[in-house]
Design a protein around this ligand. Structure first.
Ligand SMILES: [Zn+2]
Length: 362
């Protein structure tokens, strides 16, 4: 039997047989007019490399770690990378006796370019905000470190299992896994992740993006531009301390016994000449830019009326240009930007920004 290897696959591959190891296997439900269904996706590998796959049909006995022989599969290019497809015509034959050493190749990424399309990656950057915790698995105490990984394009949450890492050092981490949680990407690694301490490189204080570059979730980036639309339901809102929902009523309809508090909230569209993006800003960035203190938001004796706040927000945000630092996340309506800090642009910065490609309007 002639078997083809992963590094020889391309879009023209037809009528071949391949033997691969199922490195990961995730089940996903689909809903369409035709009804509900289930498909699987993940990563397969052999001695020559790895490749993502989608299985529209897969025998229920197949598990992660199994070595399988595949016949009648297809290979297509999807988002610039090759992907193997299994469907109802594909034969999947379990080979329980086979052992396979998979050659892992991890493409190197800048944080801003990470996507779920390539789930095993190499990223280099600075480790900060390390929190070490213990957890129990199969009756054993295990260590996990939660931290931030930062490079010159962005930052991302990173969880490392059974791996020790030092804060404020720079590392190259090979074989991290990309996943998504609540619209934001995160990385995780374990004892199979290769970790190398590297020389420090420069990380700019602000990672300035043009809006057209924000095509996926990325944390801690800076956008500059003009607010072109300000949502009218923002401003001073009453919020329930239990569920944090805002309401115009005196009490929360769901939690009538819960305390209410005054909060600030704004949503707007930011435009920079390269694109626009919907943004939200909460209490902290707004208090800062509006020069409002906690005691000014006393529920019984508020210093400002709803209208005062709307005027203040308009005066602060509309003239622009401004500098917005925050996190881009993806949701059902596409990419949005959660603002954590709003700053005015200084004259020298205006000149500096005007030299950046894509920032010609500034
Ligand atoms: Zn409530």
């Amino acid at each position: 039997m002639m078997v083809v290897k992963i590094d020889k696959l391309d879009e023209n591959t037809k009528n071949e047989t391949i033997v691969v190891k199922i490195l990961s296997l995730t089940e996903k439900e689909t809903k369409s007019e035709k009804g509900e269904g289930v498909y699987h996706y993940g990563l397969i590998g052999d001695e020559t490399g790895t490749m993502p796959y989608t299985a529209w049909a897969l025998p229920a006995t197949i598990r992660q770690g199994d070595v399988v022989e595949l016949r009648n599969f297809s290979v297509k290019k999807y988002n610039d990378s090759l992907r193997l497809y299994l469907d109802t015509r594909t034969d999947v034959i379990l080979r329980p006796e086979d052992k396979m050493d998979v050659k892992r190749v991890y493409k190197e990424y800048k944080i801003k370019n990470l996507t779920l399309k390539d789930q095993y990656v190499t990223v280099s950057g600075k480790i900060t905000d390390v929190i070490e915790k213990k957890y129990e698995k199969d009756g054993q105490q295990k260590d996990v470190s939660y931290c931030s990984l930062e490079d010159d394009t962005g930052s991302i949450r990173l969880s490392l299992f059974e791996v020790k890492i030092k804060p404020d050092k720079f590392y190259k981490l090979e074989g991290l896994r990309v996943s998504e949680f609540k619209g934001r990407l995160r990385l995780s690694g374990g004892d199979r992740t290769k970790i190398l301490e590297i020389k420090a490189f420069e990380i700019p204080e602000r990672k300035i993006f043009s809006i057209f570059e924000v095509t996926g979730p990325v944390d801690s980036i800076t956008l500059t531009g003009f607010v072109v639309y300000l949502g009218e339901k923002g401003g001073l809102v009453r919020r329930c301390s239990e569920c944090r929902k805002s309401t115009d009523d005196i009490k929360c309809p769901d939690h009538p016994d819960a305390e209410m508090f005054l909060d600030l909230y704004a949503y707007f569209t930011l435009e920079d000449g390269t694109g626009d993006i919907p943004c939200t800003a909460g209490r902290t960035p707004l208090m800062d830019i509006l020069n409002i203190k906690d005691e000014d938001l006393n529920l019984t004796k508020p210093k400002y009326s709803k209208n005062d706040i709307i005027t203040k927000i308009e005066e602060a945000l509309m003239p622009g240009p401004l500098v917005f630092t925050g996190d881009a996340s993806s949701g059902s309506n596409g990419i949005s930007f959660r603002v954590r800090k709003i700053q005015k642009i200084s004259e020298p910065e205006l000149r500096l920004y005007s030299q950046l490609p894509g920032d010609e309007i500034l």
